[in-house]
Design a protein around this ligand. Structure first.
Ligand SMILES: [Zn+2]
Length: 265
């Protein structure tokens, strides 16, 4: 009798375990599929999941509200630092892999392109845009900001920020704008080589640097920011085309706290 009871008990337990696992998988898939809309860890640039709530949305996002070295910041002045020129060693990416992830238009880059920051090499991983700019220069916002995200062998990040202002049409940018997916979650793989250096200003000698963070959740700190002083240009039409898909995608300015901005010019 006892053995029989145990077997029945085991069956019930086994059934419950399977049911729980199935439910977890179902909920997991649901949460993943809905990541762009709502649910755990979802964030946005406005409303209930907006920037001043990011820190509360998930335990992994806590540094968004508690961190003391957050980005972006207002760049004002800047002490003259012992800084070398940034060396951009970008090669052609064989394809233009563009993604609309619901927060930005992002272009992935394959291994082999680097920026050298005071002797340290960082590999280009991806670049993406914000509109309006995230950093400000003497309190002034630019129309857009390009972020070129680099990672070194130890996993440390260095992000090059490039201000974008209305002016002449930008041919390199057109290649992205003409192909950018209109809906969140969509990708476009354009079979044509692209070199990210075509998006850099001709004069890259002057820049600002400070220790900061990712400007999107999880707001991880330990990011070396390198913001070029000279902007690139884009036309009215190009700005409107980007804003139609992805507007107001900039995090508010964060306090500088104990940090110092160094300048090279
Ligand atoms: Zn960014």
């Amino acid at each position: 009798m006892r053995a029989w009871k145990n077997t029945e008990g085991m069956k019930k337990i086994t059934f419950r375990v399977i049911l729980t696992a199935a439910l977890a998988v179902f909920l997991g898939i649901g949460a993943y599929a809905g990541a762009g809309e709502k649910g755990h860890g979802h964030w946005s640039y406005e409303g209930e999941a907006g920037p001043n709530r990011w820190g509360e949305l998930s335990p992994e996002f806590a540094v968004c509200s508690e961190g003391k070295n957050q980005s972006p910041v207002d760049i004002r002045g800047g002490a003259k630092g012992e800084l070398k020129d940034l060396e951009f060693k970008y090669s052609d990416n064989p394809e233009l892999d563009i993604e609309n992830n619901g927060h930005t238009i992002k272009v992935d880059y394959r291994e082999g392109s680097k920026v050298v920051v005071n002797g340290a090499e960082y590999g280009l991983v991806q670049f993406h845009f914000h509109s309006p700019s995230e950093h400000t220069l003497d309190g002034k916002y630019y129309d857009m900001e390009l972020h070129l995200v680099h990672k070194n062998k130890e996993g440390k990040l260095a992000v090059v920020g490039v201000f974008m202002k209305k002016g002449e049409a930008n041919a390199a940018l057109d290649r992205i704008l003409d192909n950018m997916p209109k809906k969140a979650g969509e990708k476009a793989d354009v079979k044509a080589a692209f070199n990210a250096s075509t998006l850099l200003p001709a004069d890259r000698s002057a820049y600002y640097t400070y220790p900061g963070s990712l400007t999107t959740p999880p707001c991880t700190e330990g990011v070396t920011w390198l913001v070029l002083k000279n902007p690139i240009q884009l036309s009215d039409k190009q700005l409107a085309a980007y804003r139609k898909i992805m507007d107001n995608t900039n995090r508010p300015l964060q306090p500088l706290n104990e940090r110092r901005i160094l300048m090279k010019n």
